[in-house]
Write a protein that binds this ligand. Structure first.
Ligand code: NAI
Ligand code: MG
Length: 506
């Protein structure tokens, strides 16, 4: 999928991001390489990107540690807030350009990228404000002591992000971590590194001190593994696959690192017969195909009450036919390609699995190769009906535009099917019965439940999983706590301390 390349063999027309961002400077990889990034809409190289190796990670971590002990570590939350808000302003000015690059690198339709990237500056602003209002507690005791807590940054943070939404994932990690006073080494995914290097440029332009934010793309098993194993990294914040998280847990245990993990899901999206069907269909289809199915929160299992099941299947088929699949830079296009060749192969293999398992394919199910799509990684919006809850396509994360429709007969059964999953990231339900909405939402095993809406995500709404979907929360007030430690300080006020070993007359 990624070919190793050198400067002189690469087409001069490629977009160039051939330097790493370490200690406030743009440097060539010391023991890494230059790689090409593939445009998933054409299958052709479109950019040339620097990948770091272990030595580069060492330098980045050393810079991050020095920054923590340098001027950054001395700054107040308000001083950090000035920088974060300046970054947010620059981000906002650059959002259109960043959206274009992210769309090109990841294949996300530009109409979606523009909306997504247009929001990110809010994370940096909001966490600046949150940090400014954080404070410790005084602990009432007797008058011989004065005890209080302060909240201190956890230290150097290794942020490891996935290829589906690189800039969003970076905002979710960097904004709270920096607001908390941590310093960062960001290791984006090998398939879509370009925009994380662009982000580094924005931090440089905003005037962050050297070493506060370092960006080192590279292979997971090389640069990622070096970051996880590094003794001076205090915390890893990771988004990706559960299996990778287990490897990271093992490799990062030596210095008792802190971890937060966002590991995807198989979200149930429940439509009761009493739901207002039009908005429910809008949400259910959008959360099947947005991002070409490559988001952890999508409602990839749609549970439908039997009395409206046939109608919902029919509406899914109708709407699948309306999805304009095409070159992502075209603003008329709804859905671009899968982000890379391995994901295309994974999705197609799950479509085969669904067919073998006996699910009823009612729409899509194929790679699209007509005309300009010929060499891209396009898949038709795909709908499987009559999926039973024990099928692999109902249990495993596919990460493609493939939705499983599952009928149910009553509320109890809907809840049982929804919760019968290793994952527990998100869930959604549609009903016009308010009592049912409360009853069901309270019993769904998920970190976030949407009622009569879906995939509403903001800086201030905590997001993360129960069960195998991960540890910790991103966004909201919870996220900043993941980058802070509580420190307790106790002062003696009497100027006295008893001698425990005094020989007393008995
Ligand atoms: P992955 O977990 O391998 O990659 C995510 C990040 O981890 C990348 O930056 C990668 O370079 C890094 N990484 C990989 N191995 C590492 C290691 N040993 N040490 C440190 N860092 C390492 O995920 P992958 O293979 O790209 O995707 C596989 C599946 O995972 C997808 O099909 C999807 O089902 C799921 N996934 C879920 C995501 C989510 O949003 N929760 C995001 C991406 C993938
Ligand atoms: Mg992997």
């Amino acid at each position: 999928m990624l070919k190793t390349a050198t400067h002189n063999t690469l087409d001069e027309t490629l977009y160039v991001r051939d330097k790493l961002f370490i200690d406030g400077e743009w440097v060539s990889p010391s023991d890494g390489s230059l790689e090409v990034s593939i445009d998933p809409a054409t299958g052709q190289p479109w950019a040339k990107v620097a990948f770091g190796g272990p030595q580069d990670i060492d330098k980045a971590v050393a810079a991050a540690k020095a920054a923590l002990n340098g001027p950054w570590g001395q700054m107040t939350a308000m001083e950090r807030g000035v920088l974060l808000r300046r970054l947010a302003d620059i981000y906002q000015e650059n959002a259109g350009r960043l959206a274009g690059l992210e769309s090109r690198d990841s294949g996300r339709a530009i109409r979606e990228s523009r909306v997504d990237v247009g929001f990110h500056h809010q994370w940096y602003r909001w966490y600046a404000s949150v940090a400014e209002t954080l404070h410790g507690r005084t602990i009432p005791l007797d008058s011989s002591v004065h005890a209080f807590t302060t909240q201190i940054p956890v230290g150097v943070v290794g942020a490891i992000t996935p290829w589906n939404v690189p800039l969003m994932a970076a905002a979710w990690k960097l904004a709270p971590a920096l607001a908390a006073g941590c310093t960062i080494v960001l290791k984006p995914a090998e398939q879509t590194s370009v925009t994380s290097l662009e982000l580094a440029q924005l931090f440089q332009d905003a005037g962050f001190p050297p070493g506060v934010v370092n960006v080192v793309p590279g292979r997971g098993e090389v640069a990622g593994a070096a970051l996880v194993a590094h003794a001076d990294v205090s915390k890893i914040s990771f988004t990706g696959e559960g299996q990778t998280a287990k490897t990271i847990l093992g490799a990062g245990r030596d210095n008792m690192k802190r971890f937060s993990f966002e590991l995807g899901g198989k979200a149930p999206h429940i439509i009761f017969a009493d739901a207002d069907l039009e908005p429910a269909m809008n949400a259910a289809t959008n959360s099947a195909w947005t991002l070409c199915g490559q988001s952890c929160a999508l409602g990839s299992r749609v549970l439908v009450e039997r009395s409206i099941y046939d109608e919902v299947v029919e509406k899914f088929v109708e709407r699948a036919a309306r999805v304009r699949v095409g070159i992502p830079s075209d603003p008329a296009v709804h859905m671009g390609p899968q982000a890379h060749a391995a994901q295309l192969a994974k999705t197609l293999s799950y479509i085969d699995i669904g067919l073998e398992e006996g699910a009823r394919l009612v729409s899509g199910g194929t790679r699209l190769t007509d005309g300009v799509l010929a060499d891209g990684y396009f898949v038709a919006p795909t709908v499987f009906a009559d999926v039973s809850p024990n099928m692999r396509i109902a249990r495993e994360e596919i990460f493609g535009p493939v939705v499983a429709l599952i009928p149910f007969d009553n509320e109890e059964e809907a809840i049982a099917i929804a919760n019968d999953s290793d994952y527990g990231l998100a869930a959604g339900l549609w009903t016009s019965d308010i009592s049912r909405a409360h009853r069901v939402s309270s019993r769904l095993e998920a970190g976030i439940v949407w009622v009569n809406t879906y995939r509403f995500l903001r800086w201030s709404t905590p997001y993360g999983g129960v069960k195998s979907s991960g540890w910790g929360r991103e966004n909201g007030l919870e996220a900043i706590q993941q980058y802070l430690e509580t420190k307790t300080t106790v002062f003696g006020t009497t100027g006295q301390f008893p001698d425990a070993y005094k020989i007393e007359e008995v």
